[in-house]
Design a protein around this ligand. Structure first.
Ligand SMILES: Nc1ncnc2c1ncn2[C@@H]1O[C@H](COP(=O)(O)OP(=O)(O)OP(=O)(O)O)[C@@H](O)[C@H]1O
Length: 257
């Protein structure tokens, strides 16, 4: 679905990415793990138009793609939920779901008077949340500032799932959440995958990564140190590759089918 080849990104003398390849297949959850400064955020930004790589190529469904700004990636079907939650607290859930893509009323009311189709947006927002099995958000007219952290995160993920037609990218979606709220977000990720939509999940949380990921891309010092799966490698083995205590060659893992 999405491939990167030889991505390079430097910041002055600091090398953020040093020739990184990445492959995301349809309908999979690909986790990206790595220590602080390993290049996870830089990699994601290069995949989603927030940064332009110095070198390297991107392919979306096998076709060369170039994203000069985040909007280009969004228009191509890649939706990103960043670590810093991009919600507008004072607006209600439905308005947040449609932020930047508001629906207008039909006819002159919409085209000339720019009136919003609140009813239509609320109906579709309710459907989007129901589709993802989010039962804790009862009222789409509720202001987002009154929601818990997990519920806000649910709104962000629902927004990405509703508009991302090809790829969903989640940057540390459970970092600020408690156990129950994290579990809810993990279930949403599984729900998105079950619809056939692939997910890139950046996370420091190894148990969560091993619970939900199909494959795990390990970043280390700006490079990809290997790609493992929860069946081929144990959590300590993945962490050892991530920290440089061992290499993928030294720990090839169990052969899986
Ligand atoms: N805008 C920038 N200017 C200068 N250096 C940067 C910039 N962005 C990233 N870097 C550097 O690039 C390297 C990779 O950073 P990046 O943020 O991608 O790592 P990360 O794996 O996401 O880390 P973390 O888990 O701490 O968020 C680091 O050495 C970082 O200091």
């Amino acid at each position: 679905m999405l491939s990167a080849r030889g991505l390079v990104k430097t910041f002055g003398k600091v090398v953020g990415l040093d020739g990184v390849d990445l492959d995301l297949y349809p309908g999979e959850v690909l986790a990206v793990i790595g220590d602080n400064g390993a290049g996870k955020s830089t990699l994601i930004k290069c995949l989603t138009g927030a940064l332009i790589p110095d070198a390297g190529e991107l392919f979306l469904e096998g076709k060369p793609a170039q994203f000069k700004r985040p909007q280009d990636a969004r228009e191509a079907g890649i939706e990103t939920v960043y670590q810093t939650l991009a919600v507008a607290p004072a607006l209600d859930i439905a308005s947040n779901l449609f932020l930047g893509r508001e629906k207008r009323r039909p006819g002159l009311l919409g085209s000339v008077f720019r009136m919003l189709d609140q009813k239509g947006m609320r109906r579709e927002a309710g459907q989007a949340l129901a589709d993802l099995g989010i039962g804790t958000l009862q009222n789409v007219a509720q202001a987002v500032e009154t929601l818990s952290g997990g519920q806000r995160q649910a709104v962000s993920v629902a927004r990405a799932a509703a508009f991302g037609s090809k790829v969903i990218v989640l940057d540390e979606p459970t970092a600020a959440l408690g156990v129950n709220e994290s579990n809810q977000v993990l279930r949403m990720i599984e729900e998105v995958r079950s619809r056939g939509l692939p997910v890139i999940l950046i996370s420091h949380n190894m148990p969560q990564v091993f619970e939900v990921a199909d494959r795990i891309h390990i970043q280390r010092l700006g490079r990809c140190a290997g790609v493992v799966t929860p069946r081929s490698h144990t959590m300590p083995e993945a962490v050892a590759i991530m920290t440089g205590a061992t290499t993928l060659d030294e720990t090839p893992g169990r052969t899986t089918d």
